[in-house]
Design a protein around this ligand. Structure first.
Ligand SMILES: CC(C)(COP(=O)(O)OP(=O)(O)OC[C@H]1O[C@@H](n2cnc3c(N)ncnc32)[C@H](O)[C@@H]1OP(=O)(O)O)[C@@H](O)C(=O)NCCC(=O)NCCS
Length: 333
């Protein structure tokens, strides 16, 4: 909890402008008001005053900038940006003019144009519909080809295996069966998120059921050589990063196991950023930590975009939206 308060307090000092795309959703309007009241970020809410007052009666909209793509003078300018970004993919000017009026696309175009510092949506849209505009127009950060996600896992109390009291798990929500290059991108992006949001010095473990070749699955998915290749690629991409693998989870976090199974590794036994081999492992893993271990999970935090863009769960509440906006503001730093 303390980390979340720290994230919000730091966001407040940055004074970033974040667009919330879903002015038709009561929770989003309430969160916009709370964020503005608490000074966590400046909010642009996509929608209009009449609608906001209807869905969230009594909410004070003072200080929130409302923009409706159907009436905004910016829509034509954004349609041009969209056309330029997508014409090679066959988009016509008419299609761009039409699509720029879509609220999530309009938000992504605001971000692309530099009119806001970050984008948060997804309270009432699917992950694919929330991220697609970003994938299409904002695209990935220099040196990274894969947008991915991670959870910041906060321990109920720091323990022997997680002395920082915080860890980063990736990718638990976007890439289903990442290849070695995608895993390397996930590792490098997760290290960046660990520093920027979790405030920890990253030590990245590439996870497997095998430690340094102790197991193999040549007859099945060949996930061990994939993780070994991903480790080598990530080391090339970020030679100064403390990163190693492939490790079983105990070799990654327990010093006595790490020393035994991966002697001489700077990461074994001391990892705090964990890259899972696929979405099954990652998603199941973070939920085990949550339910059995009492960890609090912040996220999924999207990473690897050229500019910060985050997806909410459709089951989110006002506090989740406020937290996601604060995280997005830190990513914009
Ligand atoms: C990320 C995701 C949402 C993208 O879905 P999508 O819109 O159907 O993606 P598409 O395959 O149509 O790709 C759209 C564009 O984004 C790009 N893209 C897709 N995934 C990408 C990624 N992870 N990183 C970078 N670019 C990506 C594609 O290359 C394509 O670009 P182009 O149109 O310029 O050629 C999809 O991977 C997904 O649904 N993941 C699982 C999400 C999920 O169910 N999570 C569970 C929640 S816990």
């Amino acid at each position: 909890m303390a980390l979340l308060d720290e994230i919000k307090a730091k966001a407040a000092t940055l004074k970033k402008t974040i667009v919330l795309c879903e002015g038709e959703d009561k929770r989003v309007v309430e969160a916009a008001a709370q964020i503005t009241r608490e000074g966590i970020a400046k909010i642009v809410l996509i929608g209009n005053e009449e609608e906001a007052k209807r869905v969230a009666p009594g909410v004070d909209l003072t200080g929130i900038t409302l923009i409706d793509p159907l009436t905004s003078e910016k829509t034509a300018e954004y349609a041009k940006i969209l056309y330029e970004a997508r014409k090679a993919k066959g988009m016509t000017e008419e299609q761009a003019a039409q699509q720029a009026k879509d609220r999530t696309m309009f938000g992504a175009l605001m971000l692309k144009a530099g009119d806001v510092d970050g984008y948060v949506s997804g309270a009432c849209h699917s992950t694919a519909n929330t991220l697609r505009p970003g994938l299409q127009v904002v695209k990935t950060a220099p040196g990274i080809k894969t947008v991915s996600s991670c959870f910041i896992m906060i321990a109920p109390v720091p323990n022997k295996y997680n002395p920082d009291g915080v860890a980063v798990f990736a990718d638990c929500a976007i890439n289903i069966e990442p290849d070695a290059q995608q895993l390397a991108d996930i590792a490098v992006s997760s290290a960046k998120t660990a520093k920027a949001i979790a405030g920890i010095e990253p030590r990245v473990a590439m996870l497997s059921f095998s430690t340094k070749g102790s197991g193999n699955d040549d007859k099945f998915f060949k996930s061990v050589p994939k993780m070994q290749e991903a480790t080598a690629l990530a080391k090339e991409m970020a030679p100064d990063l403390a990163l190693d693998g492939e490790f079983q989870f105990d070799a990654a976090v327990a010093p006595e196991v790490g020393e035994l199974k991966a002697p001489g590794s700077a990461v074994a036994g001391h990892a705090n950023v964990f890259v899972f081999p696929n979405i099954n492992a990652g998603n199941i893993g973070y939920k085990i930590a949550q339910r059995f271990g009492g960890y609090m999970a912040i996220g999924p935090v999207c990473q690897g975009f050229a500019k910060p863009l985050n997806d909410l769960s459709r089951g989110c509440n006002v506090d989740d939206i406020v937290a996601t906006v604060a995280v997005t503001a830190l990513q914009a730093e």
